[in-house]
Design a protein around this ligand. Structure first.
Ligand code: UD1
Ligand code: CA
Length: 464
């Protein structure tokens, strides 16, 4: 069975992005542009993937990891020159086919790439070009057709006024017969407006050789969008956002206001969860079933169990059990883990802390580097003083302890089971199980103070 190899061209500078980072690493729905292409390829079942890198290639290689084969294009002399760099590796798959894709067309779906490959194999063409019809084709290469089909591709900058009127464009995705691509690459010259080796010139070469070349027209022209500048990046974001939201909705998630909801590509949400307006879910966030998320909540790399309510809060790299109630205005920083039925309320900040089942931190608290047991009540205004200016220290609060309002817990410290801390205490020593700790100034009442004060003032006046 002849193999199908994919080559992704990703060496370009991305000049039009006006950026220091390589274009293909710019994020779309929270994932680098080129990763969208790789995701689509996974569905198209190719045998191997070669990525052509150049500008800051090491950075791209480090981001994408070891699952792919990399080749380097030292000088960016055009898309044809880029593919030429992959040729030595492609020789290993002689007799096969190659899918050539650009690293900056992130909206192409796996389905489309699979269809492109299948169409190519069915027709027995030497090359098949994926095309799209655009109302505004400016910036793209135009497909020049004659009676027998495609004749050549002309770049915008080399096109005549009439050619520019053509609405069918080159998406930059192709399927080639390997032997033909090798021959074609050998013939490329940089005789064009940009002085580059255009991959697209292979098409004219094959047509001139009387080889069969086909086009495959995209049904959904949006998929053709190439990201060359940040305006196109935002267009791709808007389109992809809608696509991702629709996928969630069709899978059983209610999204009240899709225009104001942002859900990343890898985010998973359980059935019957309701997402209120102003919610942003990023990274590998995973939400259970029957949750109510938002309004105005940001979740990054956070796992949330079933039946939780999270409202007006920010959760980063945290884990939330089932049936928890969070917010409004809670801030869970990385390393926070809540067991089931935990309540975290307004203006509570948690960091690198574990909170046991059924415990409550309802208001105005800072809990850092702590381990809190089950059924604990943390009163309003409780602060774990975890930092001594040099080091962080741990606070341990055991099951069913009751921490009175406005308590400072100077870490390292352990509060025993069923211990009770009087409000307003600054606790510096461990508290044994079942004990009551009070660490605050004693209250003194001065009887009749107000009346005596008035009498004093009156006698002072008389003396004057
Ligand atoms: C290219 C096509 C154009 C098509 C469009 C689709 C050519 C000559 N033109 O134009 O017909 O309509 O894509 O989006 O192929 N690259 C390299 N090395 C280089 C140059 C580019 O690896 O020397 C890579 C880039 O990183 C990018 C891809 O090839 O991922 C396309 O390059 P780009 O400069 O964006 O080409 P377009 O002008 O968009
Ligand atoms: Ca491009």
């Amino acid at each position: 069975m002849p193999k199908t190899i994919a080559v992704i061209l990703a060496a370009g500078l991305g000049t039009r992005m006006k950026s220091k980072i390589p274009k293909v690493l710019h994020q779309l729905a929270g994932v680098p542009l080129v990763s969208h292409v790789l995701d689509a390829l996974k569905e198209a079942a190719v045998d191997d993937i070669i990525i052509v890198l150049g500008y800051q290639g090491e950075m791209v290689e480090k981001t994408l990891g070891k699952d792919y084969r990399y080749v380097y294009q030292q000088e960016q002399l055009g898309t044809g020159h880029a593919l030429l760099q992959a040729l030595p590796l492609l020789q290993e798959y002689a007799g096969g086919h190659c899918l050539v894709l650009c690293g900056d067309t992130p909206l192409l779906t796996g389905e489309t790439l699979k269809n492109l490959k299948e169409r190519h194999l069915q027709t027995g063409a030497k090359a098949t070009v994926l095309t799209a019809k655009l109302d505004n084709p400016s910036g793209y290469g135009r497909i020049i057709k004659g009676s027998g089909g495609i004749k050549r591709i002309v770049e915008e900058r080399d096109a005549t006024v009439e050619e520019k009127l053509i609405k069918e464009i080159n998406t930059g995705a192709y399927c080639f017969d390997l032997a033909s691509v090798k021959e074609g690459l050998a013939r490329l010259t940089p005789a064009n407006a940009q002085g580059e080796y255009y991959l697209t010139d292979i098409i004219k070469f094959l047509v001139d050789q009387k080889e069969r070349v086909e086009t495959y027209l995209l049904e959904n022209a949006w998929e053709a969008l190439g990201v060359n500048n940040r305006i196109q990046l935002a267009e791709a974001e808007a389109y992809l956002r809608r696509r991702l939201l629709e996928k969630q909705m069709l899978a059983g998630v209610t999204i009240i206001d899709p225009a104001n909801t942002y859900i990343g590509k890898q985010v998973q949400i359980g059935q019957d969860t309701i997402v209120y307006p102003g919610v942003i879910m990023e990274g590998s966030t995973k939400i259970g079933q029957n949750c109510r998320i938002g309004p105005y909540t940001r979740l990054v790399d956070t796992i949330v169990g079933d039946d939780c309510t999270i409202n007006n809060s920010i959760l980063l790299e945290s884990k939330v059990g089932q049936g928890c109630n969070i917010g409004p205005y809670s801030y869970l920083r990385p390393g926070t883990e809540l067991a089931d039925q935990v309540k975290v309320g307004d203006f509570a900040e948690l960091k690198k802390s574990y909170v046991g089942k059924g415990s409550k931190i309802p208001h105005l608290s800072y809990i850092g580097d702590s381990v809190i047991g089950e059924g604990v009540n943390i009163g309003a205004g409780t602060i774990t003083c975890n930092y001594d200016g040099k080091k962080k220290h741990q606070t341990i609060i055991k099951d069913r302890a009751f921490v009175g309002s406005n308590t400072n817990l100077v870490a390292p410290i352990t509060v025993g089971e069923d211990a009770y801390i009087g409000a307003g205490s600054t606790v510096t020593k461990d508290i044994p199980s079942g004990a009551l700790a009070i660490a605050r100034g004693r209250q003194r009442n001065l009887e009749n103070w107000q009346r005596r004060k008035e009498e004093q003032e009156a006698s002072k006046k008389r003396e004057e």
